[in-house]
Design a protein around this ligand. Structure first.
Ligand code: AMP
Length: 281
């Protein structure tokens, strides 16, 4: 991979990387299509990173669909797939980790201690090996995107992090590999996450008070008996600090268990009176 990247750099070709854990869906594909359109060479990585799963999480059961993923990537025009083994990523004696402070204190970090250290460590290694000019990340994993931006800025990696909007099913459900854990009934009920965001956004058009905005989201979630809420928070869109009033761009972020799956979603919340940016929602 490194030899190929170095050759492309010598030839003046730009490289785009889309890191994934495989089991590719339309959300991943939207990132792939942007990388193909905007870069001379698009590289997808597929690696189910053990470091970012906690004890008792779904590492063993995480869907691995290699053949289907290759076919999907070929169709999207991605000619290069980097799929390292554990021995390549974490050889015996591996002892380094990358940790971003602050942004990794709240939200998903509370119920997934060590998760973001696993993410930043693997992404750092992927960036070092693939040497992309641009790397594409989904807003679906909003905290992850913020953490990776911080890491690349702080360490001067010189890679452009490209944020991509959340790709949704027609019902509003954000696409996720973990939706595959849901029965048809649970999948229909999982729409409650995006409905909670929409309810919060419509209250936010009238008030800047976080308590009222959060109450609207919580009311929608409380009406769904299968939903077990991990967290619902309204945070500053950049620092991810909880807000009491929306005076600058904010983000409504939530994690909810539906049946066997822990699902996350988020959406923009702007000060009352601000026009919603195109493509957001
Ligand atoms: P994953 O394979 O779940 O680690 O995701 C790989 C990349 O795809 C991450 O940058 C995710 O944020 C992004 N992604 C996953 N689901 C979606 C979605 N529904 N819309 C946009 N991006 C997504």
């Amino acid at each position: 991979m490194r030899a190929l990247s170095r050759q492309w750099w010598r030839e003046g070709r730009t490289l785009g990387l889309v890191p994934t854990m495989g089991n590719l869906h339309e959300g991943h594909l939207s990132l792939m299509r942007s990388a193909v359109a905007e870069c001379d060479e698009a590289v997808a990585s597929i690696y189910v990173n053990p470091l970012q799963f906690g004890a008792g999480e779904d590492f063993d059961g995480y869907p691995r669909t290699w053949e289907a993923d290759l076919a999907t990537l070929a169709e999207a025009g991605v000619a290069t797939v980097f799929a390292p083994t554990d021995a390549v990523m974490y050889p015996p004696g591996f002892a380094t980790s990358v940790e971003v402070a602050g942004l990794t204190d709240g939200l998903c970090a509370r119920s997934r201690p060590g998760h973001f250290r696993g993410v930043t460590t693997v992404v750092m290694k992927l960036l070092c090996v693939v040497l992309p000019h641009r790397a594409y990340f989904g807003e679906k994993d909003y905290q992850q995107l913020a953490v990776i931006r911080r890491m690349t800025d702080d360490l001067g990696l010189g890679v452009q992090i490209v944020p991509m909007p959340t790709w949704r099913e027609p019902s509003g459900l954000a696409m996720s590999s973990r939706n595959g854990y849901l029965s048809d009934d649970e999948r229909a009920r999982a729409v409650v996450l995006s409905r909670a965001i929409a309810a919060a956004q419509s209250v936010a058009a009238e008030t800047d008070q976080a308590a009222a905005i959060l109450a609207a989201a919580n009311e929608v979630l409380a009406a769904e008996p299968l939903a077990r809420v991990d967290y619902v928070e309204l945070v500053d869109a950049e620092t991810l600090e909880p807000l009491e009033r929306v005076e600058r761009p904010a983000r409504l972020c939530l994690a909810v268990h539906i049946g066997p799956a822990r699902l996350i979603d988020n959406g923009p919340v702007l000060p009352p009176g601000s026009p919603l940016p195109l493509g957001e929602g």
